[in-house]
Structures are given as structure tokens and as C-alpha cells.
Design a protein around this ligand. Structure first.
Ligand SMILES: Nc1ncnc2c1ncn2[C@@H]1O[C@H](COP(=O)(O)OP(=O)(O)OP(=O)(O)O)[C@@H](O)[C@H]1O
Ligand SMILES: [Mg+2]
Length: 382
């Protein structure tokens, strides 16, 4: 999958712009606050349906204007044809709202969801650095985003689990006053929750195994075998339960949900489930969360994102576009070189940076960004 051309008709600080991308490495270079992330954000919208950082579409319309628009021409290596997708944002001052119109090849798409999947991207932005050192929620979100894109039934199960969980939590809270309803319906909830949780657990565990192998291989190439990471899936069902064994996980959760009601009622919440899972990340057999340096931390997170793309490639048959926002700082030269070496005419990356010296030489397209304007030259001779 390749993003060929981004046309902008008003988006944040970008008035009008045409940006042509090369099929390999593209670097948006410029000082702070010039429009590097804005361009990356615009490209991401075609994969995610919405911005990765705006709370509302209004933020995307240039200050003082009431219209914004972006159009992306993309090429799929499988379909061997170009698709053109566009988003328009028109603000309705009277209603204090923004009307968004999405089109694919000229036809209005009523449901954004139907359009997703045409353009696939893997995003890595500074917030993702919390993957290693942040709480378990960050790592679960990583798994959920990756798996929901790959398997719609995963997303369905996830939504079902959370709906069941919130209902059961309500019952647990009410049971502190009067536990009759909980006692009557408890087994039914336990059965449904365990069923969902078991499917999600096995899917997450298998994905983590694949991820671990790929992250290991990335590190072998990046550090010449000096650093060895390993990822382990930790199920909230407990250490003695094999997270790859769906029947065993289902049974264990059923046991937990039916056998510890007093504790759960006292806590007023469900104490076990996929909302408590985690990925344990080790570097040279030490917990990375506690011991990894900043550069190692960044290398692991990056490597997980590269691997997410590789898994998606092996399943869908084509590489997603990698969108990396400001992730090269804090990496030494060999790690930077390793990352860039993985992108050629088949895999495309669009990367932003303030530091032109990181991208001298090599076969890459340098796009200079200045105050919402983009000018390019090949091979680093900007
Ligand atoms: N709706 C908008 N209209 C006009 N300008 C906007 C709008 N939203 C954001 N901006 C401005 O766009 C400018 C560029 O933002 P962007 O995030 O792309 O910077 P950047 O080049 O990535 O910088 P950095 O290196 O600091 O990350 C900022 O000054 C920001 O305030
Ligand atoms: Mg930025």
C-alpha cells in the first residue's frame, strides 16, 4: 500500500498544498510548529477515519475559516489500481457543528466504517512511547488496535465483553444492598463473560507470541544480537492457566466468577478478566518497564510497531504505510539506519523530524516543511 499524493484544501495550518510521496522513505523536515505532524495527521485520517489527536473535527479546519478538505491518492499493490479518498469538513456556525463528508472514488460514503480498510497505516507517535514504561492499559490498547484491524470478530467480542462487564459491575454494586438478583443471575453472567474472555485471551496470547518473535528478530538485526527482548502474555486468569488453551481459560474464569462472589461484591467490581491482562516485556531477561534505558525503551516500542505492520502484511498480503511522528531522536545512528533500511519501494514510510542531519544521503525523499508549505527534493539534496 502506498500513499501517492496528498492534496490539501485547508487543514489546520495548511492552506493549499500538494504533497507527492515516494514509494520508499519520505521525511518531513522542519522546525517546530511548521506543519509536519499536521500532514501526517491528514494522511492517517484515511486509515483511521478520524484524527489520532483531534477531539473534534472543528480543530482540523484552519483558524478563521469554515471549510477544510483533504484528498489522498493511494495505490494498492494487490489491486494494481489507484483509489482516491477525500474528507471535507464544513462548519455550521448556527448549529455550532461540523459536517463531515467522506468520498471514495467520487462516491459519498455514508458510513465511514465501510471505507476503512482501503488504506492501511501503522501510526507511531510520541504518545506510544508509553507502551513499555506506561501502565498495562497502554499495552492492551496496542493489542486491541492491532487485532481489531485484523479480525472484526475480535472487535465484536471485545465490545461484547465490555458491555457484559459493565452490566455485571452494576449488579455487583447493587448486591452490596441486596444480593438476590446477583445470586439468581450470577451463573449466566459468568458463562457469557468467560466465553468472551477465553476467545480474547487466546487471540491476544497468539498475537503476542508472533510479536515476540518479530521483535526479537528486529533487535537481532538492530543491535547485532547484543540485546535480546522477549514478550510474554500475562492473562488475568492466573499464572497456572495456559492462555493458549481456550477451554482451560473459559473454565478458570467461570470458576473465578462463580467462586468468589463475596470478594467481588465487597469490591463492587469484577476482579478478573481481559481488562486486567498485560504484556510482560523483558530485555535480556530483565523487566524492561523497570530497567530499559530511554533509547532501549524507544527501540522496543518502535520494534513492536514495525512488527505490527509485518503481521498485518503477512495476513493481508501487502505492507501498510508506516507513519512515524518524531521518533528518531534518542536513537543512535545504527538504530536509525536499521529502521530506514527496512523501507524501500515496497514498504513506504512517512516520518517527521526536526533534525535534517539524521537523514543525509540514502535513497529518500526529503520534504521541507515551512509554515504549512511543502517543498521536496530527492536523495537528501533539499
Ligand atoms: N486549526 C488550525 N488552524 C491553523 N493552525 C493550526 C490549527 N491547528 C493547529 N495549528 C497550528 O499548526 C502549527 C503546526 O502544527 P504541527 O503539529 O504540524 O507542528 P510540527 O511541525 O509537527 O511541530 P513539532 O516539531 O513541534 O512537532 C502549530 O503552530 C499549530 O498551532
Ligand atoms: Mg509534530
Amino acid at each position: 500500500m502506498i500513499a501517492k499524493r496528498l492534496e490539501v484544501f485547508g487543514f489546520r495550518n495548511i492552506g493549499q498544498a500538494d504533497i507527492d510521496f515516494s514509494p520508499g522513505v519520505n521525511v518531513l523536515i522542519g522546525d517546530n510548529a511548521q506543519g509536519k505532524t499536521n500532514a501526517l495527521e491528514a494522511v492517517y485520517i484515511f486509515a483511521g477515519g478520524k484524527s489520532f489527536r483531534a477531539k473534534s473535527d472543528r480543530e482540523l479546519i484552519p483558524f478563521g475559516e469554515n471549510y477544510g478538505g483533504i484528498r489522498l491518492t493511494m495505490q494498492s499493490s494487490l489491486k494494481r489500481r489507484e483509489d482516491v479518498m477525500s474528507f471535507e469538513y464544513i462548519s455550521d456556525e448556527g448549529r455550532n457543528s461540523v459536517k463531515r463528508t467522506a468520498k471514495k472514488n467520487g462516491t459519498v460514503e455514508r458510513k465511514i466504517g465501510d471505507m476503512l480498510g482501503t488504506f492501511r497505516a501503522v501510526l507511531f507517535c510520541p504518545e506510544h512511547l508509553a507502551l513499555v514504561k506506561g501502565g498495562p492499559g497502554e499495552r492492551r490498547a496496542f493489542l486491541d488496535i492491532a487485532l481489531s484491524q485484523l479480525k472484526p470478530v475480535y472487535l465484536k467480542n471485545l465490545q461484547r465483553f465490555h458491555a457484559l462487564l459493565s452490566e455485571r459491575n452494576k449488579l455487583l454494586k447493587d448486591a452490596r444492598e441486596d444480593r438476590r438478583v446477583f445470586d439468581m443471575t450470577g451463573e449466566l453472567w459468568a458463562e457469557q463473560l468467560s466465553e468472551c474472555a477465553a476467545y480474547i485471551t487466546v487471540t491476544r496470547a497468539e498475537y503476542t507470541d508472533r510479536l515476540s518473535e518479530l521483535v526479537k528478530e528486529n533487535f537481532r538485526l538492530m543491535t547485532g544480537g547484543k540485546e535480546n527482548p522477549e514478550l510474554f502474555f500475562r492473562t488475568s486468569a492466573g499464572g497456572d492457566t495456559d492462555p493458549h488453551d481456550e477451554a482451560a481459560v473459559r473454565e478458570k474464569y467461570f470458576e473465578l466468577y462463580t467462586g468468589s462472589s463475596d470478594r467481588e461484591i465487597a469490591a463492587g467490581t469484577t476482579l478478573w478478566g481481559i481488562h486486567r491482562d498485560d504484556i510482560m516485556i523483558e530485555l535480556d531477561s530483565k523487566e524492561a518497564r523497570l530497567y530499559a534505558s530511554q533509547g532501549q525503551d524507544r527501540s522496543i516500542a518502535l520494534s513492536m510497531k514495525l512488527s505490527e505492520g509485518e503481521i498485518s502484511e503477512s495476513i493481508s498480503g501487502e505492507s501498510p504505510v508506516y507513519l512515524f511522528d518524531d521518533v528518531m531522536s534518542e536513537l543512535d545512528e545504527s538504530r536509525r539506519a536499521f529502521i530506514l533500511s527496512r523501507f524501500d519501494g515496497v514498504r513506504q514510510i512517512i516520518i517527521t523530524s526536526c533534525e535534517p542531519e539524521f537523514f543525509r544521503g540514502g535513497d529518500m525523499k526529503i520534504i521541507k516543511v515551512e509554515n504549512g508549505r511543502y517543498s521536496s527534493s530527492d536523495n537528501g539534496e533539499a
